[in-house]
Design a protein around this ligand. Structure first.
Ligand code: TXA
Ligand code: MG
Length: 329
C-alpha cells in the first residue's frame, strides 16, 4: 500500500473536556483521531466526508473494498442510518451500547458516505459503550467511521502505545483512554433479511446472541447464506513471527502463549512465555490477547506457539483471531 505523503506530529490528548473538544474539532475538520472503545482503539474520521474516509484507508493501508463501521451515540442515530428489521431491533435493544456491530440495509436518507460503505447498499453500525467514545460521538454529532487503529493486516491496538507504534506520524491525534477493557473487536451480525448471520465472532458471545434471539445465529459460511463480510480475510491480525496453534509440545526457541494451568511439554526451552489468564478466564484472556501477541512478536522469536484455547464464550473470538494470525500469508 502507498504511504501517505507527509509525516505529521500525532497529538496525545487526555480524555478530559479539553481533549474531547479538540478531538471533536479535528474530526469535524476532516482529520483522523484514534479513539478508545471498549473493544479496541478505532481510527476515527467523519463518516459523512469522503475525503476524511479516504484518509483512513490511506493511513491504514487498507484496501478500499473493505467497508468501515460507522459509530454513533444512540440507537436513534443508528436508525437514521440503517433499516432495522425485528432481529436488528432486538439485538440493538439488548446489546447497545456495547461490543456489537449490526450490518443492515443503508437507510435512503442516511449520511454515511459511499466510500465508508465500500459502495455496498448495506451499512455497519455500532453504538459503543466506552465513556470516552460516547462523549466524543455526542460532541461530533455525526457518524464516525472507525476501523481498528492498526496498519491493515496487523494486530488490533488495545493501548495508546499500540496505536502510536502503528500510526504515529500518520494521524492527527489519539485520545488516551487507557487499556481497552474487552480487548477483541465487536461481534459483527448481519440483519439483511432472512435470519441474522454472525459474520465475525467478537465481544458479544454466540451464547449471548442465541439467548436474545431464541436461536443460534447462522454462521457466515453456512450453506445458502450470502457472501461473507468483504473484510474477513483469512490472513489478518498477523504478527511478524509465524504462529502455531494447539501446541502441546514446545520447540526450542519458540515464544509461547499460555492459557490456564496447562503446561506444554518442552516449555523450559521456550525463548519467552506469556499467559493470557492463569485461571483460564476467557474474558481476561481476550483483554490480554493483542498485547501479548505484540510482546511475543517483539521478542524476535521465529514462532509463537499457542496452547489449545477452548471455544466457549469469548474463546470463539480469541480462536478466530488466532487462526487468522496463523493463516498462510
Ligand atoms: O470493535 C470493533 O468492531 C472495532 C472498534 C473500533 O469499533 N472496529 C473494527 O473495525 O474492528 P474493522 O474495520 O477492523 O472491522 C470491521 C469489520 C470488517 O471485517 C468489515 O469487512 C466488516 O466489519 N464490515 C463493515 N461493513 C460491512 C458491510 N456493509 N457488510 C459486511 N461486512 C462489513
Ligand atoms: Mg481491524
Amino acid at each position: 500500500m502507498d504511504a501517505p505523503p507527509s509525516t505529521i506530529p500525532t497529538l496525545r490528548l487526555a480524555a478530559d473536556a479539553d481533549g474531547l473538544a479538540r478531538a471533536a474539532a479535528l474530526i469535524g475538520a476532516g482529520h483522523l483521531v484514534a479513539v478508545p472503545t471498549e473493544t479496541v482503539y478505532g481510527l476515527g474520521a467523519d463518516a459523512t466526508d469522503p475525503e476524511a474516509v479516504a484518509a483512513i484507508y490511506a493511513a491504514k493501508g487498507r484496501p478500499r473494498f473493505n467497508p468501515l463501521i460507522a459509530h454513533v451515540a444512540t440507537i436513534e442515530a443508528a436508525q437514521a442510518e440503517g433499516v432495522f428489521d425485528a432481529f436488528a431491533k432486538k439485538l440493538a435493544a439488548a446489546f447497545w451500547p456495547g461490543p456489537l456491530t449490526l450490518v443492515v440495509p443503508a437507510a435512503p436518507g442516511g449520511s454515511v458516505c459511499d466510500l465508508a460503505r465500500a459502495g455496498l447498499d448495506s451499512v455497519a453500525l455500532r453504538v459503543p459503550a466506552h465513556a470516552t467514545a460516547r462523549a466524543l460521538l455526542e460532541r461530533v454529532g455525526r457518524p464516525v467511521a472507525a476501523p481498528s487503529a492498526n496498519r491493515s493486516g496487523r494486530v488490533s491496538p488495545t493501548s495508546v502505545d499500540h496505536v502510536l507504534t502503528d500510526l504515529g506520524g500518520r494521524i492527527a491525534a489519539v485520545l488516551d483512554g487507557g487499556e481497552c477493557p474487552v480487548g477483541v473487536e465487536s461481534s459483527v451480525v448481519a440483519c439483511l433479511g432472512g435470519l441474522p448471520r454472525l459474520l465475525r465472532p467478537g465481544g458479544v458471545t454466540r451464547e449471548a446472541l442465541t439467548e436474545v434471539l431464541g436461536f443460534a445465529p447462522e454462521a457466515a459460511g453456512d450453506p445458502g447464506s450470502r457472501p461473507v463480510g468483504p473484510g474477513l480475510l483469512a490472513s489478518h491480525y498477523a504478527p511478524r513471527a509465524g504462529v502455531r496453534l494447539d501446541a502441546t509440545r514446545i520447540e526450542p526457541g519458540e515464544a509461547v502463549l499460555l492459557l490456564g494451568a496447562f503446561r506444554p511439554a518442552g516449555l523450559e526451552h521456550a525463548a519467552t512465555v506469556e499467559s493470557l489468564s492463569e485461571s483460564g478466564d476467557p474474558a481476561e484472556a481476550a483483554t490480554r490477547l493483542f498485547g501479548a501477541l505484540r510482546r511475543l512478536d517483539a521478542s524476535g522469536a521465529p514462532t509463537i506457539a499457542v496452547v489449545p484455547v477452548p471455544e466457549e464464550g469469548l474463546g470463539e473470538a480469541i480462536n478466530d483471531r488466532l487462526r487468522r494470525a496463523a493463516a498462510p500469508r
